[in-house]
Design a protein. Sequence first.
Length: 229
Amino acid sequence: MRPRILIVEDEAAIRQMVCMALSQENYDCLEAADTTQAQAKILEMIPDLLLLDWMLPGLSGVEYARRLRAEKLTRDIPIIMLTARTEEEDKVRGLQSGVDDYITKPFSMRELAARIKALLRRAAPHSDDKTIEIAGLQLDPVTHRILVHGESIKLGPTEFRLLHFFMSHPENVHSRERLLNSVWGGGVYVEERTVDVHIRRLRKALAVSRHDDLIQTVRTAGYRFSSQK
């Protein structure tokens, strides 16, 4: 599953350069020229990380970061601020807005890629090969086993990948398009309603242990995996 990065930068040349470089690092990139475009893309699908320019037309990156941190839907998105400001006071102000890291222009793509990798590693508590447990539901990606109080739950391969993705990204709302890209892969043609079919199958399998309500339908947005009612 390729991490999805939203690049919010008003200079098209910089956006395209960063996107091209990150694509070579196995990231999926989305682009936005201002915070209005960024918000539209976030509402469509939550990115795994946000690259946010400070100086944007309209709402500044600093103010937008504050708004993102104030909203439940977006408060946990990792954010790296991109800026030409180099003064210590500016760095402090940027970090106080809620961003996780700060990199000044001009920057090397190697440094940016390293910072992204480090931040994603910190933000994701579960690596691909570690057992994940939420609300008594335990998933082992190595043995492909789902356990509840020592009892095994049988899942098909697609339902397993779907559950793994959900449990690796709890509380986030995922659009059907993002689920298709992350679970089935971007190069495979599958209709969006296929997601609903597999969600029903997954819920049916989890109903045996009464964990089916962890998969919540978010009207007009998609699905969320949450232990909160």
